[in-house]
Design a protein around this ligand. Sequence first.
Ligand code: GLU
Length: 365
Amino acid sequence: MNFNRAVIKVGSALVAPTQEGCSGKYTLAIAQFITKCQQQGKEIILVSSGGVAAGRSLIHHGSPELSVSTRKAMSSVGQMQMMANWQRFFDIPCSQILITQHDLEDRKRFISIKKTIEIQLANGVLPIVNENDTVSSADSTVGDNDNLAALVAQVCDADSLFILSDIDGVFTKDPKVNDDAVLIPEIAKITDEIYAMAGTSRNHMATGGMKTKIEAAEKAVEHGINTYIINGTKSEVFTSLLNKVNPGTRFIADKNIITAKKHWLKHTRKSQGKIILDSGAVNALLNKGASLLPAGIKAIENTFKAGESVDLIDHQSNRIIGKGICLYGHHDLRRIMGKHSDDIVTILGHNHGAVVVHRDDMVIW
Ligand code: GLU
């Protein structure tokens, strides 16, 4: 294993082992590892959690169940502490980059973040990224820093993503309750079985630390980024990494990487609605590389504007077959669905083109 530009994601368990405040217990070894990487000419971007944990003791909260507003207040004050905790281990300057899902969804902001990181790396600065918890809301949050780190790795064209937490990697069974559980050193393809082994599922309702890590790996490998789940509580893992030995689970980067734009569409932009397709359209999209025409649409769900993303659903299986940027808003689409493209102008009085979702703005699963 080798890497030149890596995103290192450090979880709250490592920044705040007691779930409160900030600690050097594990972060010191991580900082030393980062410094050694930089001395070897490697470029590192850090994604650090711990804002909320660091601010926990500084904001009165009473019950252990925190309200959203209390978490925001904690993260905002804790972010300073967390940054200071990192900066004390480095002679080089650290920069703070706080972003939300909306920043990553907006192509201009995405490029702006990219340029900022590029310039900082060229100037020997260590960028430290976290979600901007104070301003993010339910619809604008990435929600967890594993997925955020995968998106950041994509933004800055990293070749590797290291997800550091307090677990060794992915096991064949839950190692806490199964003595015969074995660590899986390499995963070439992320399947439902892999999610199941990790004690989770692809089901969007499922929760759990490993789920978001595998989701993050799925996002990253598709973009050609090798992803590692590694135990950051063990300082020997850093020696292994420096000796090019994988100490955890490695998800092998996909060689058939999808284009940056399609990756951004699939993983970064949230869908606002659903378009239900008839069998002809499903076949044309899956097997013929076609664009979506109004004639192949059976139904529409939710409200969305022209230019927003929609899920493309097979009416028979009710499964998502892809996602795309819709050139018509839901009002117009309701009127032209099932109709021939030649009739669009007559029906609407205007025309955004014959296709509803262009092939170039579409990603098929
Ligand atoms: N942004 C959160 C924090 O700084 C962490 C989210 C996560 O760890 O997934 O506390």
